[in-house]
Design a binder for this molecule. Sequence first.
Ligand SMILES: [Zn+2]
Length: 155
Amino acid sequence: MSGRIEQSVRYWAFLLIKICVAAVVSGVLLWSANLFWAPTRFFDMVPYLFGFDLLYTTVTGLVFLASYGLVYLAFLDQRYRCRVCLRRLRMPVETGSWSRMLQFGRPRLEYICIYGHGKLNVEEIQFTGTEHPKWKQHQDMWSELYGTKAPDLDP
Ligand SMILES: [Zn+2]
């Protein structure tokens, strides 16, 4: 039980770290944009120029778009990470078929952790809005695949 809590904390802490890095990068971008307008103190000129100076407002808007993109990339990257070891999920395989839906299910992409911790099913078409991908954790997928379970190896 504590192992699952530790995995969950690591997973969400990693996302928090990425968001903090994105915030720092955004702050540096805004600070460097503010260097071109006097006075050069940090965040000092935002209330005076934003909305009144077209160039400053445009640059600030671009910094906002870059910041939003960084946060989006942080969440997108987190979606395709292993919930156990935080490595990127690999080997996307298309499964299912529209013409044989009753036999194989709806088309979706399956990503696996290369260390066998689990797999992620992402629906190809999302009918009812955004459907969250389904993570299925395995105990030891490679041992099951090769038929070499750990208790069998021990004498
Ligand atoms: Zn893993």
